[in-house]
Structure formats: C-alpha cells, structure tokens
Design a binder for this molecule. Structure first.
Ligand code: HOZ
Length: 433
C-alpha cells in the first residue's frame, strides 16, 4: 500500500543537478511537471503496480511507462526473458530467430499486418511509415490530425499533442518550411476537413496518419463511423491509411484499435508496448506495401539496434501473456476504477469527463464531451494540475499533464484501485471547495 508522500528532497536535489547537465533536467519534456508544477519525482524502482522514488515514497502508478507495462513493472517472466537474452549477448547487429518469432507474433495478432520491420521507438516507426508511404505511392503530402502525436519527426510535429500540447509550443521551430508544407493538419472527427484536404491536395496525398484513439491530447475516441470514413476516402483517393497504435496496440485489444473497431488500415505503427518496457517498436502492413522497403525495394530504412535481442525477448514474453483472460482482467480493473472515480467527482459536484476505451482513459475537467483538440484545450487544465498534485501527495502517480492518458495494468490489485478511489474522493472535495 501507499502512504502520504513525506518528502521529495532527494528528487528536488536530483532535479537541480539534472538541470545543470540535461535540458530542463529531463530526457523527455512531459516528465518535467512543467504544466502541473512541483518537483518531478526521480524514480528508483518499479514493483508491480507501484513506483518508488528517490526519497523512498511509494506510488500506485497509472502512467505505466506511458502505457506499455500492461503486466506491471518488472514482471518475473519479462525479467527472466530479458536476463536470459542478455546473458547470450546484448546486441549482434545480425538477424536472430527471436525477430522472426516476433514478426510472426505481430502478424498473427494485428489484422493489417503481413510483414513487420522492427525499430527502436514510436517516433522511428511513424517516421519510417511516412517515408514508406511516400515511396510506395510516389506522392508527397501527409494529412494528420490536430492534437495527434506521432513522435517528434519533422513531418508529424505540426499541431502535435503530448509534450508539444502540454508546453503550448509553437509549431515546428527547427522544421523546414518545405517539410511543414507537405503536412496538412485537419481537426479530429472532422469529415469535412478531411474532404477539403483531399480536394485541395488533389492526388498528392500519400498518407492519412491518425491515432485511431487519440491519446496524446487526453483520450478522444473516434466518432462512430469516422475510422470507416477514413478507410473509405483513402482507398478511393489512392492514399494509404496509417493507424499509429503506439498507445493502443496490444492495449485496447490484442489486435489493437484496428481490431477493436473492425477497420483495417494499410500501415500500423507500434511502439513501446511491443517491447514490454524495453526500447522496441515496429511498423507493418501488407506485404505489397512493405516490400517497398530496402533491401527488397528502394525505400531506405535501417538501424543497428532494430530488433535488439534483449528488447525482443522482453517484448515477446509480454505479448505471449496477453490472452483473452488478460484483456478481461484489464477491463474489470478499469471498470472498478472508473466507477469509483465517476462517483467521487459526482459526489463532490465536480464536472469531469472520463472518456475511456478498454483499459485506457483520461480525466478532463469539463462540462461537455471532448471531440477534438480545440475541445481538449478548452478543458480546465488548472484544475487538472490541482487534481494531479492532490493525488501525487496521497501516493497516486497520474500523468503530469491533462493531455496524456491514464493506463491500468494487470498488476493493479483491488486494494490499489480502491485506495486510488478513496484518495480521489478526498481530492475531489478539495477541488470543489
Ligand atoms: N505522450 C507520450 C507518449 N506517447 C509521453 C511520453 C514522452 O513523451 O515522454
């Protein structure tokens, strides 16, 4: 169990040291607690559903390394698989049996995927998928949605979610005008906007890229029929459709959001979830499209650490455990937590929306449902900061930004979830005061 957080002195001292040698003191901006205030917690250990910080404080963790830790921290089977692989060597720069098994596992699970290429991060997966789409179609333009985040490659940084939204950064300093000019940004769930993009760009659209469940502007599901609409218009106009499933792959279902909604895109980007907490990602699609990649085809893409044996072993260990009962278990935990949170906010008279898909959700302080990035930005982020800090002080680690999603893992026990609900009831009263 957790206890109220006593001191964050060690974290504060580490943050001070870090700021002298790491920009902003962190290696990824959202970690800096910039929009919620306070001292980012420097973590010393992860154990099941819990994180332990440098001061020895224990938290129930709902960030789960931004989603991938579906089994919780340091799951024994994942640790054993990684350790066994490591004892055989950390990196070969040559192909392995495990990479073949990994590709077979992903292809069997994800309906859109016949062939897979491993990379090391979600950024690389989405960036490579764009190059592949451009190479395969001979077209330049990419359509993306405001508030969707596909990593930090040039083509996809416009109107991006996640840290770009959290910090309220302007579009694209450092991105050339040429790169920005090939990206068309449209509102999420905006059919007319997508039609207008195709009308304006004619037949030069190579790719429509989306998070099938937007999860980097808080969680904003697709309107009913919207993914089907994207599938239809891209097919009709000769463009490819990319589902960036970095957040949703193997999380909302074994086959990802594509399987959950019954829509099969041309390309899928998978991120950290396939590495079970290690730096592994992948992109895949039909053999016809994927064979454009070198060395089969001319579209170049490469990486010494792509398919790293330790990361692949850990990822495979996690993917093997994600069966129907695992998804049922995640669903039960999310039901319990969401019911408790909804009641806590309702009892306190706090207007909150908790959109959910399977075992991921977010907390918007708003009166009306959120359908797009403008709606997400209009929610009460000051209140989110108070909510976050109130929960953190009581030992519950939520995303340090209202533009991120909350994740439940199989390591969360009923007592973890109930403790979080009890803390939420307390914090909700403070928010209402
Ligand atoms: N929204 C990011 C995950 N897709 C947060 C992780 C990060 O930027 O560090």
């Amino acid at each position: 169990m957790t206890a109220p957080v006593r001191s964050s002195r060690a974290s504060a001292e580490l943050f001070e040291r870090a700021r002298a040698v790491i920009p902003g003191g962190v290696n990824s901006p959202v970690r800096a607690f910039g929009s919620v205030g306070g001292t980012p917690r420097f973590m010393a250990a992860g154990e099941g559903a819990h994180l332990v910080d440098a001061d020895g404080n224990r938290y129930v963790d709902y960030v789960c390394s931004w989603g991938p830790l579906i089994l919780g921290h340091a799951h024994p089977e994942v640790v054993a698989a990684a350790r066994a692989a490591l004892e055989r060597g950390s990196s070969y720069g040559a192909p392995t049996l495990a990479e073949v098994e990994f590709a077979e596992t992903v292809a069997a699970a994800v309906p859109a995927v016949e062939m897979v290429r491993c990379v090391s991060s979600g950024t690389e997966a989405a960036m490579s998928a764009i190059r592949l789409a451009r190479g395969a179609t001979g077209r330049d333009k990419v359509v993306k949605f405001a508030g969707h985040y596909h990593g930090h490659s040039d083509a996809l940084l416009a109107s991006a979610g996640s840290g770009v939204a959290t910090l309220g950064l302007p579009d694209s300093p450092g991105v050339t005008r040429g790169a920005a000019a090939d990206t068309i940004v449209v509102g999420w769930n905006d059919r007319a906007g997508v039609e207008a993009a195709f009308a304006a760009a004619g037949d030069d659209v190579a790719l429509v890229a989306c998070e099938p469940v937007a999860a980097n502007m808080g969680l904003v599901p697709p309107d009913p029929g919207f993914l089907e609409f994207l599938r239809e218009i891209t097919a009709r106009r000769g463009a490819l459709l990319l589902f960036d499933e970095v957040m949703t792959g193997f999380r909302v279902a074994r086959g990802g959001a594509g399987a959950h909604y019954g829509v099969v895109p041309d390309l899928v980007a998978l991120g950290k979830v396939v590495g079970g907490g290690f730096p592994l990602a992948a992109f895949g699609g039909s053999a016809a499209v994927m064979r454009h990649l070198a060395p089969d085809g001319p579209v170049y893409q490469a990486g010494t650490l792509s398919g790293n044996p330790v990361a692949v072993a850990a990822g495979l260990a996690q993917l093997r455990l994600l069966d129907d009962s695992a998804y049922a278990g995640l669903g039960r935990r999310a039901d319990r937590l969401l019911a408790g949170l909804e009641k806590a906010f309702a009892d306190a008279g706090v207007a909150a929306r908790l959109p959910r898909v399977a075992s991921m959700f977010s907390v918007f302080f708003a009166d009306a449902p959120v359908r797009d990035y403008a709606g997400a930005r209009a929610t009460d982020h000051g209140r989110y900061a108070r909510w976050f800090n109130g929960m953190l002080a009581r030992g519950h680690y939520l995303p340090p930004s209202g533009y991120e999603a909350v994740f439940v893992s199989l390591a969360h026990t009923d007592s973890d979830l109930d403790a979080t609900v009890a803390a939420a009831a307390d914090v909700a009263k403070d928010l209402a005061a």
